[in-house]
Design a protein around this ligand. Structure first.
Ligand code: NAI
Length: 332
């Protein structure tokens, strides 16, 4: 039986993790979950939000499913997510964004993938107080990290029959840092004559995405733009409740939704488990249990097609009702 690390997170994390574990169990797929807590709640006992045991567990098991973990805003400890990605060198963040059956949105032909560099840029949080009235952040971009994420994006495109890889920067203003990212893209792109290329500035991309999202295929971006743009693309297909993701490194992979811990709906049995479930389905494919991934996906789609939605999608099913409906559709 395969052992997978499970970080059930905080906020809505435990509710959606319970849902997803139940659905996977009901499918018949046997996974030995190595449950690891992280975040604010573990600080009082262990002194840090990301104890070494969590990192060791993922290193050992190679694969993790992770629910969201809260990061205090403007103060407090460093993001567990950023630390984890850095510690395990999970350099590629993949966020596929495709319309779901019968989830009606303004657009119906969205099928794009955000490939986000996951280890550097402003998102690395290298900042300091210069004096009481001045603070600065360093936008660190290296050739090594930029070339490897661009190579990842082109390899991903080839493997998944995608036609185009578009690089997103603000290299007209940040000529050195974003300029280096763009230069790396151009160099790597030469090795992929079968894939179409496109270059776009991030502000223009945002406008085009909300007008003609169907014209985009694979996007490759530095960390911070990737973070922001992937929330935008989540909005194109129904919102954060349905947006999946994965962090991939050379040795390990951590599958997690795009969304955060949603403290505003915590404990209300209202959270949509779809984003974590779709992330888990990709995790199950990654461990070569394609049969189970397919049947769980079919049960999810059938549930949505039968008009059962959580409140974020305009329905009135609770998290548990939605979960039970998926389980019923697995068994039928
Ligand atoms: P958020 O993604 O938690 O919530 C934004 C909005 O989307 C809220 O109105 C929330 O109710 C809704 N939402 C999110 N997921 C949902 C779901 N599954 N079902 C239904 N509605 C859902 O973003 P926010 O509020 O900016 O961040 C909250 C906390 O989460 C912060 O501490 C942040 O640092 C953390 N965070 C953690 C992430 C991770 O662990 N990977 C990623 C993003 C944020």
């Amino acid at each position: 039986m395969r052992t997978v690390t499970l970080i059930n997170g905080d906020g809505i994390g435990p509710e959606i993790s319970d849902s997803v574990v139940k659905i996977i169990e009901a499918s018949g797929l046997k996974i030995n979950w190595d449950i690891q807590t992280a975040g604010e709640d573990v600080i009082k006992d262990e002194g840090v939000p990301l104890p070494q045991r969590v990192v060791d567990s993922i290193r050992h098991n190679k694969v993790a499913l992770k629910a969201p973990v809260t990061t205090p805003i403007g103060k407090g400890f460093r993001s567990v997510n950023v630390q984890l990605r850095k510690e395990l060198d999970l350099y590629a963040n993949i966020r596929p964004c495709k319309n779901l059956p019968s989830v009606v949105t303004r657009f119906d032909k969205v099928n794009l993938v955000v490939v986000r560099e996951n280890t550097e840029d402003l998102y690395a949080g290298i900042e300091r107080k210069v004096d009481n009235d001045t603070a600065e952040s360093i936008k660190l971009i290296t050739r090594k990290a930029s070339e490897r994420i661009c190579k990842f994006a082109f390899d991903y495109a080839l493997k998944n029959n995608r036609k185009e890889v578009c690089v997103v920067t603000k290299a007209n203003i940040m000529k050195l840092s974003d300029g280096l990212f763009l230069e790396s893209y151009r160099k790597i792109a030469q090795n992929y004559p079968q894939i179409m290329k496109k270059e776009i500035l991030v502000d223009n991309l945002c406008m085009q995405l909300v007008q003609h999202p169907e014209t985009f295929d694979v996007l490759v971006l530095p960390n911070l733009y990737g973070d922001i743009v992937s929330d935008l693309t989540a909005g194109l297909i129904g919102g954060l409740g349905v947006a999946q993701g994965a962090n991939i490194g050379l040795d390990c992979a951590v599958f997690e939704p795009v969304h955060g811990s949603a403290p505003d709906i915590r404990g209300q049995n209202r959270a949509n488990p779809t984003a974590l479930l779709l992330s888990a389905i990709e995790m199950i494919r990654y461990i070569d249990e394609v049969f189970y991934a397919d049947i769980i996906e079919k049960a999810l789609f059938k549930t949505l097609e039968s008009g059962i939605y959580t409140s974020d999608l305009g329905g009135n099913a609770s998290t548990t009702e939605f979960t039970d409906a998926i389980i019923k559709n697995l068994i039928k």
